[in-house]
Design a protein around this ligand. Structure first.
Ligand code: GSH
Length: 248
């Protein structure tokens, strides 16, 4: 089996899939997809890689026939598949338990992720703001970014409350000593705006948990490009982004 990951390192769900491949020590071939310029919408991509026209996508190639056994879209499906086929069963079960009772909370938080955190993804608007005329920046901060910040506030409070209940010094969402797919998928999503410079001072448990996740070596390596792009935006932003106060 040869694994082909179609992804981009500025994409949150792509990073989650790639970090997991590295955490599980699974070799893969990397294919960068220029999603910002519409490459996922090209016919070859929809036909051969992912009919959903998004990244990440994982193509599983059969080594004996050279044919594609399956291709998988949606980061959660990709990550669950990787945990199910990883050679290192013990390590894979820490990320995604095979036992249904233990997997249930991981599934719950992964399902929660899309409607409660990804739905308030501010990054597209941050990029729009970054590229727009200076005179429009303050207005767009109020009309485009503020509603997303307000939505994310409630979700951060939910996460903070959950993490505060966990006893460990480096808590995880599902309570074990090792992070799960729920931690990884949510941390990649939130790290996108931390890279720009947003701070979560109003939810200290989220801030500490995220810092712990970001210090994992594979997380750090795969996040280099987003950290650099975030720094560039921050340095050129002037004062229109309320980085310290948005989540105070
Ligand atoms: N729910 C999907 C979201 C994937 C997604 O939105 N990917 C973006 C990049 S971050 C994409 O491929 N966008 C291309 C487009 O919409 O044309 C997942 O978890 O994989």
């Amino acid at each position: 089996m040869t694994l082909h990951l179609y992804a981009h390192r500025l994409s949150q769900p792509s990073r989650a899939a790639e970090i997991l491949l590295r955490e599980l020590d699974m070799p893969y071939r990397w294919h960068e997809v220029d999603f910002a310029n519409g490459e996922t919408r090209e016919s070859w991509f929809a036909r051969d890689i992912n009919a959903l026209q998004t990244i990440p996508a994982l193509v599983v190639e059969n080594e004996s026939t050279g044919r594609t056994d399956t291709s998988i879209g949606e980061s959660h499906a990709v990550m669950r598949y990787l945990c199910r086929v990883a050679r290192n069963r013990e390590l894979a079960s820490r990320w995604y338990p095979a036992e249904p009772l233990a997997a249930a909370p991981v599934d719950t938080w992964m399902a929660w992720h899309h409607n409660n955190v990804r739905a308030y993804d501010m990054y597209h608007d941050i990029m729009n703001l970054h590229l727009t005329l200076p005179m429009l920046k303050y207005e767009l901060q109020a009309t485009a970014l503020k509603p997303l910040q307000d939505g994310l506030h409630g979700s951060l409070a939910t996460l903070d409350h959950k993490l505060a209940q966990q006893a460990a010094s480096q808590p995880t969402l599902c309570g074990g000593a090792h992070p799960t797919l729920a931690d990884l998928t949510l941390a990649c999503e939130l790290y996108q705006i931390v890279a720009v410079g947003y701070r979560f001072s109003g939810c200290p448990h989220v801030a500490g948990w995220l810092e712990g996740m970001a210090q994992r070596p594979h997380f750090t390596d795969v996040s280099q490009e987003i950290v650099e792009q975030g720094r560039e935006i921050r340095e050129q932003s002037g004062a229109y982004l309320d980085l310290e106060q948005a989540f105070a």
